[in-house]
Design a protein around this ligand. Sequence first.
Ligand SMILES: [Zn+2]
Length: 397
Amino acid sequence: MTNTIKLYDSAPYQTTFEATILSAEPVKKGWTIVLDQTLFFPEEGGQSADDGWLDAVSCKWTVTDVQIKDGIIYHSVMIPEGNKTAEPGMKVFGEINWQKRFSNMQNHTGEHILSGLIHAKYGFENVGFHLSENIVTFDQSGYLSPEQLAEIEREANRIVWANLPVTARYLSPEEAKDKTYRSKIEIDGDVRLVTVGEAADPVDVCACCAPHVARTGEIGLIKILRSEKYKGGTRLTILCGERALAEVSKRQEQIERISHLLRAKQDEAYEAVSHLYDENAAQKERLIGMQEEKIRRLAEEALAKKTENIWIFTEGLDPLPHRNLVNLLIEQNDGFAGVFLQINDMEYRFIIGSGTGDSREIAAILRDKYGAKGGGKPEMVQGSVCAKKEDLIRVLP
Ligand SMILES: [Zn+2]
């Protein structure tokens, strides 16, 4: 079979086309169809495939996936039940989902501008790219600080506003030898170069197989949403064009709701949250102070009884004061000391310690009698148990 003619190469803005079916195979889910030519961009170079429809004699088939192998493009097609099925030689009319395609063009050209600027300024390479409906990320071979990225983002948007041309053309392997361009892989055969800016003074030249916008102004907006350290370099999450606008609107709605909750102006939300945070920390400190007073009182009362082992049943202690109470008891008492914290009607969380004995023995009793969970070391065990207070007292030594 000859290579599929890639109509999207020379006509990235065309949305409909006519083609002839070269082969049609029924597969597990639907059909795999090869056409003599297509506008459907296959999944390639990190970009997800176009979707859309194929029409054939009053039938509308849905194209759900498109793959390329050895120059031949395979369309995964769902043919509704009762429809005429596909046959070689049949003429079809194709239509791509333009909204998705144009969004991919905006985001892909935006990525080229950012990668080109980063390469020119810092010499880093783009070593990974992923463009699908829910994510646009690309990886740079070196680390970029938030300040450096803010500057790159400003510069990239200036290129958008300058509304520069974006062109694509094929070079022969000989011609490609003398050209400098960014490329992720060694390319066999003809190289397709995408140039952003005037050919004499380009912003970026990169080998790429995907459709791009014709002028940078169509990208609308380039927004870097996130940067993270990744494999010794930087992974950037970006959005461009319509998707960037949708994201900004979504975040705007979030900040509106947050500022409403805080009863603060939107641009003062950070200060309001900081204030709330400090207030919360102060309250926590007060609470810990109260709990410390409580454990001192509980320890005093228990130690005054001068029993060999001490068992306290209480509630409303955080994990740290809970442990501190046990420590207070075993410092001043030689036997076992356990604090059972009531969680609900039937459940206790316990910490048991001893300066001299093996606390695991007590945990074993609770496990055997009441299926307690937990464990620890001879000096301290912790866990939880479902039993009534009077039943627990009966089995404790
Ligand atoms: Zn590209």
